[in-house]
Every structure is written in C-alpha cells, then in structure tokens.
Write a protein that binds this ligand. Structure first.
Ligand SMILES: [Zn+2]
Ligand SMILES: [Zn+2]
Length: 163
C-alpha cells in the first residue's frame, strides 16, 4: 500500500484517511526475526500535509506466527502497532519515515515497526525451558538423562547461535 505525497498536497483537504488491508505478500523481510507467518493486517490512519510537513499516523494489529528462540516451536501472537511520525524526503534524515521519490510505503513502515519491536529474543513463554544442549530434547515436555557436562559439541554450537 503506497501513498504519494503529491496526491496529498493536491487534495483539497490536504490529507487522506485510510483503512485498508495489507496483504502478506507486502510484508517480506520478517523471516529474519523468526516470523514465519502473518495474517492480513488491517491498518487505519491518516496522512496529512501540515504546511508542507507531512505527518503519518496509523494503528494496526498484527497476528503472526513466530519461532521460539529457545525451544524452536512455532507460536502465535498478536501485537498492536501505533505510528505517529513525520515524513521526510531526505534520505539522510534519521528522525522521520523516509518517503522515497515522494512515495510512502505503509507496508514497509509496518515491517520496520515489527522488526524494531523484535530486537529482543522471541520466547513462546517467559519460562520456556528450551532444548537440552546435550540431546536436543524439548525440556518443556520431557526430562532427559543428560549430565550438565555431557554436552554434544554439535548441539552446544547450535544453541550458542540461538542465545
Ligand atoms: Zn519456547
Ligand atoms: Zn538431554
């Protein structure tokens, strides 16, 4: 979903309101944070031209499936995102959302919000026990026979990557 700043300025009310569905296909790049599926997102908001200062506001709820970084199981979660930001056409501007060639890509803004909120580890629950570094057993569902110092180096390496 893309909005042109030119269209906003041309509009007699100097702004538009929108309520649209974003398709999953517009939400790439989320796999890097362990998100394997996203339901279509409904986004509601406005983009307004205040004296050549563009302001984007919207809210959306995203239902997604993510992989737990401790036990590697998929779990679903629902999160709300709220954006209230200036639009900048200067790519060097770090404070605003950048509109390349005067186009604001709402799907990209949502993806950036999700990525920013996922900088922390994703866990299926706060007290997820994770996988045994010795045998790979899911310690949430079973106990294993491993001793602390009986760690298969292949698993230890894998688990280090997930820390
Ligand atoms: Zn887990
Ligand atoms: Zn074990």
């Amino acid at each position: 979903m893309k909005i042109s700043l030119y269209d906003i300025s041309k509009n007699p009310t100097k702004g538009i309101e929108f309520s649209r569905k974003i398709e999953i296909s517009e939400l790439g790049a989320l796999a890097s944070v362990g998100i394997v599926d996203v339901k279509d997102v409904l986004v509601t908001g406005s983009l307004v031209d205040l004296d050549s200062q563009y302001v984007l506001k919207f809210t959306c709820t995203v239902e997604m499936t993510q992989v737990c970084s401790r036990c590697l199981k998929e779990y679903s979660l629902k999160e709300n995102y709220e954006v209230d930001s200036m639009i900048s056409q200067d790519e060097a501007d770090i404070n605003g959302i950048i509109a390349e060639d005067g186009i604001v890509d709402i799907a990209k803004v949502i993806v950036d919000e999700i990525l920013a909120s996922k900088s922390m580890k994703s866990l299926c629950s706060e007290d997820c026990q994770g996988l045994c570094s010795g045998c790979g057993a899911d310690l949430n569902v079973e106990e294993c026979e491993c001793e602390e110092d009986d760690i298969d180096p292949r698993f230890a390496g894998l688990l280090d990557l997930l820390k």
